[in-house]
Design a protein around this ligand. Sequence first.
Ligand SMILES: [Zn+2]
Length: 296
Amino acid sequence: MTILNDVIRFGPAGNSDSFYEQGYKSSVDMPKWLHDMGLTAYEYTCTHGVNIGEDTARAIGQEARKWNIALSVHAPYYINLVAKDKDKRARTKRHMMDSLRVARWMGAKRVVFHPGSCSKMDRRTALDIAIDFLKEIIDEAREFIEEGIHLCPETMGKVNQLGTVDEVLEMCLLHESLIPTLDFGHINAMGRGSIRSREDYLNIINRAREVLGEDRARYFHCHFSRIEYSNGGEKRHWTLKDTEYGPEFEPLAEVLVSLDLKPIIICESRGTMAEDAAQLKKIADQKIHLFNAGIL
Ligand SMILES: [Zn+2]
């Protein structure tokens, strides 16, 4: 495995409103901008399609290496591993391969993707279809995987989407290079408020350690934001200041520090994702301080 992360890394998904308000236009400027905020990760989002050219992608990669920013790529939302239709499957494969190519240009080591929809069938059948298709994609992606790029299936927030914690972990068993993306806002929304305590976080993380082993679970990918939910699950992303929506980061930070886990934590707050990522880092730093002082 080529994931060596000596610290918990923090960064945003996409670019904050303030980045543009300050007059910046290109994501090539993001790595230095993030570095100046004390951040160490950046998720480049291709969620509405892979539209970035090779030159820009390589330029972002160069800046990221210069400013010690770990890059990941979020693949398009249109990926659906459960699709049966031949054309839809071909499109899913293309989105996946295009995202991997962008990751290669950038030197990004992780490609995050949403597994797919399970609205028209039972979850087990959907998962079996998804796993079969993912196997095929992994075969085709072999050269990217050998270069050290990790596919990272994400836990989802809506009840009709494939991607509970157990479903994602089972997908990760397909190949040792797969890394789970634990999106705690999503997990909390899917479970309609299931994350309330340190224990709740611990149960999720212990499940990952149980299924994937301690070493592999240690460097998981993480999305964090406050997410509003209704009966169907996820409704809307909010910011850290919108405290009426969960989950809370503090108990997660305590679990990460006490178990010495080193995830990459990507904040998906609406508009203030970089500022909120910096706030998450501050909370984690406080917990590290308490832990080292023997208080935590
Ligand atoms: Zn996502």
